[in-house]
Design a protein around this ligand. Structure first.
Ligand code: C5P
Length: 396
């Protein structure tokens, strides 16, 4: 008798299997139609719960009918079982067709691609004490970092064309899988388990490279933020920072920006209250410093700074910009020759009204701190004659 009824359980069993596999691979399976990623999520949200609820209802119905007809002859039982299978198929279609119609209309209005744009802001190190080399090859840092309102622009488009494609207006920057933005996209997909239907990243570079302004790190962090908006809006900042730490030491800070104390190799962040409003002039001379080489020079000369950030933190707590400037410091400046262009730029910035000036990160960009916007903008224009890569931005 069970053989007659087994056919009626095939449809619910397949439905349950499909619902379970779709929960594991929502982008590859799920609602059986190519849809833009956000719409696919909506469709899955409607379709999958119905799928398994209906499957259970069908299975229960077929079991009840099997029980109540078990005393009948085989032929009428076969007829009823066949009618049940037909009813299951019709009912399943009756659920899918209206949903399909609504989603079809939505899909026509919805673009096949979704694009989001994120700004990738520069950072400066108000304080950067480089300590000894650790066993993992990194150096112990105590750093106070501040975001400055000068940006690269990162545009990320989710589509259904497959792959990861990176374009950039700066011809000297590799756009293959060695680029940190590309690595950020791969990291995001792997970490979140999101299926990659296709993503394009466009990078408009404004921030100079090998400058110590965190341009590459800010771009990677902007890719992570953009992808969160596209694929996983519920992801926390902390989770994004965990992914970011695997991309580079400065990337976690760039996820949130603002003002933070960074310790460890740069990834242990404590958010600090913002600086009193001020303006930064960023100047990048032609000389470019490689971060790895600069750390190597510190090791060669054993020129380590083991101090904490007490004076800087006290100045920040008091909201005293002059005291912040007095507490600024950067270990990398100690390995520069006294006639370095870096010091000449610092003198010019001070002459033009900066409260203080310092190299950012491992260089070669120098920043000046101003408490007056007009003075900062005039200094920036004056410096642009000699250093075309000069920028002015507010603390953020
Ligand atoms: O982490 P990230 O890739 O940005 O670091 C670039 C290079 O800077 C590393 O390869 C390492 O040589 C050096 N570095 C370091 N100690 C740190 C951060 C970076 O020695 N805390």
């Amino acid at each position: 008798m069970f053989r007659i009824w087994i056919g009626t359980l095939v449809i619910p069993a397949l439905m349950l299997l499909y619902a379970a596999l779709s929960a594991l691979f929502p982008n590859a399976l799920g609602y059986p139609r190519a849809l833009p990623i956000q719409l696919k999520k909506v469709a899955n949200g409607i379709f999958l719960p119905w799928l398994w609820k209906l499957a259970l209802a069908f299975a229960a119905l077929s079991f009840m009918l099997m029980q109540s007809t078990r005393l009948m002859e085989e032929n009428p039982q076969r007829l009823i079982a066949f009618a049940v299978m037909l009813a299951e198929a019709l009912l399943a279609a009756a659920v899918v067709i209206p949903v399909e119609r609504v989603l079809g209309e939505q899909a026509e209005n919805e673009p096949a691609e979704i694009t989001v744009t994120e700004q990738a802001a520069a950072k400066v190190n108000l304080l950067l004490n480089v300590g000894r080399k650790r066993e993992d090859g990194y150096h112990e840092l105590v750093s106070v970092m501040q975001t400055v309102g000068v940006y690269d622009t990162v545009t990320v488009t989710a589509h259904t064309g497959g792959g990861i494609h990176l374009t950039c207006d700066e011809p000297n920057l590799a756009t293959d899988e060695t680029n940190l933005c590309y690595k950020a996209a791969v990291k995001f997909f792997t970490y979140t388990g999101t299926e990659n239907d296709g993503v394009s990243i466009d990078l408009q570079k404004r921030l100079p490279m090998q400058a110590g302004l965190g341009g590459g790190s800010a771009d990677a962090a902007a890719v992570l933020r953009a992808m969160r908006r596209l694929y996983a809006p519920d992801l926390s900042d902390e989770e994004l920072e965990t992914m970011a730490a695997e991309l580079g030491s400065d990337v976690p800070f760039c996820v949130r920006g603002g003002m933070a104390l960074a310790c460890g190799r740069g990834e242990e962040l404590t958010v600090l209250s913002p600086l009193p409003a001020c303006w930064f002039v960023l100047v990048k001379p032609e000389a470019a410093f490689s971060t790895g080489k600069m750390y190597g020079l510190i090791d060669q000369r054993r020129c380590y700074d083991e101090d904490g950030a007490d004076a800087m933190l006290a100045a920040l707590k008091a909201g005293d910009l002059k005291a912040v400037c007095a507490a600024m410091g950067n270990t990398f400046e100690r390995i520069l020759p006294p006639d370095s262009e870096i010091f000449a730029i610092q003198h010019r910035l001070r002459d033009l009204g900066a409260l203080s000036a310092m190299m950012s990160g491992s260089g070669s960009a120098v920043f000046g701190v101003f408490d007056d916007e007009d003075r900062a903008r005039m200094a920036c224009s004056a410096l642009r004659g000699t250093y075309p890569a000069s920028f002015c931005g507010k603390s953020e």
